[in-house]
Design a binder for this molecule. Structure first.
Ligand code: NDP
Length: 339
């Protein structure tokens, strides 16, 4: 059973060499007698920015625990059930949820697994648009942002797993959407593929406040925050009355020893802006409703989805580290096995 382990806790930017491909010594891959878990074959693994936090030693009690050095990394993935001691699953079922960065996993926490019913779409989609990032975008936009038709929406890290969907949900509702991303290729995707009204490369904007004033002369009603830091500060200066800011993530801060200060929070008062953080797993009860909306939209071509798939477990460490350098174009997925 090949596995990707975390070698040791990480400080600063994660590197490919912080992780290592090993072959586990276990001889028999079998569900233990009497287990109510499942033995799965992993097909696709998801690289997600939150995993960076799990690479740092944390005090117990933080909302997701840290990885254990020397043990396989865990994260979201799509897998095929080989053996099941849980009546909810049977051999041959496809599932998505928490699994290991390895060829085969014994999953005991089956409450964190979802059975996949619709396989008319690529299975890898359940690591992204039909999995955790999809619910994040859907709940973050529809539940946290309280959007209304015609409003102006700004999305940062807009070409990524979450951002590309938030922008499209906003367009479907009839909002005016602008996104920021870190390369020309990504900006072109936003404009030409995902249907954003406008997009810009934040790395080429010496003054983010001026850039936002250019794209939002009347101000921003909704900001979907994925990056934090200087971008948030600039957005705070450009919010409209009664605007909403959904704090989904702050990837620009995850590798810093000390997070940057935010200076313009006072504008929340005069503009009466609501700023709210959220986590996807508080909205998993909406998963059924979410699928009913999103699956048909994918099949009818109303939502476009771009993923960046690398092949083989050995490519996983580089792919995960690449998120923090913006190397992924679309949702970062690792293909472990096609079946
Ligand atoms: P992405 O697919 O967007 O990948 C990460 C992207 O972030 C990179 O491609 C890069 O794009 C951008 N980025 C990296 N470093 C920086 C930086 N210093 N400044 C600005 N942008 C940077 O990831 P996801 O869509 O999966 O996640 C997006 C955000 O949502 C993250 O902050 C993540 O933590 C958060 N999240 C939160 C969840 C929740 O429950 N609250 C659940 C899932 C995700 P570029 O080239 O454009 O810079």
């Amino acid at each position: 059973n090949k596995q990707v382990i975390l070698r040791d806790y990480v400080t600063g930017f994660p590197k490919e060499s912080d992780m290592q491909l090993v072959t586990a010594a276990t001889t028999e891959l079998k569900l233990p007698e009497g287990s109510n878990g499942v033995l799965v074959k992993n097909l696709y693994l998801s690289c997600d920015p939150y995993m960076r936090g799990r690479m740092t030693k944390r005090e117990p009690g933080s909302y997701v625990g840290c990885f254990v050095p020397g043990s396989p990394i865990t994260g979201y993935g799509v897998a095929k059930v080989l053996e099941s001691g849980d009546p909810k699953f049977k051999e041959g079922d496809f599932v998505w949820g928490m699994t290991g960065w390895e060829e085969y996993s014994l999953i005991t926490a089956t409450q964190a697994l979802f059975k996949i019913h619709d396989i008319d779409v690529p299975l890898s989609y359940y690591t992204g648009i039909l999995g955790m990032p999809g619910i994040t975008a859907y709940a973050g936009f529809h539940e946290v942002c309280s959007p209304k038709k015609g409003e102006t929406v700004f999305v940062s890290a807009a070409s990524g797993a979450v951002g590309q969907l938030v922008g499209q949900f906003a367009k479907l509702l009839g909002c005016c959407v602008v996104g920021s991303a870190g390369s020309k290729e990504k900006v072109d995707l936003l404009r030409n593929k995902f249907g954003f009204d406008e997009a810009f490369n934040y790395k080429e904007e010496p003054n983010l406040d001026a850039a936002l004033k250019r794209y939002f002369p009347e101000g921003i009603d909704i900001y979907f925050e994925n990056v934090g830091g200087k971008m948030l500060d600039a957005v705070l200066l450009n919010m409209r009355m009664n605007g909403r800011i959904a704090i989904c993530g702050m990837i620009s801060q995850y590798n810093l020893e000390q997070t940057e200060g935010v200076h313009n929070l006072m504008s929340l008062i005069s503009k009466q802006v609501r700023m709210q953080g959220f986590v996807a797993f508080s909205y998993y009860h909406l998963y059924g409703k979410f699928l009913e909306t999103v699956l048909p939209a994918i099949k009818e071509g109303k939502i476009i989805y771009v993923e960046d798939v690398v092949e083989g477990l050995e490519s996983a460490p580089g792919a995960l580290a690449g998120l923090f350098a913006g190397r992924n174009v679309g949702k970062q997925v690792v293909l472990v096995s096609r079946d």
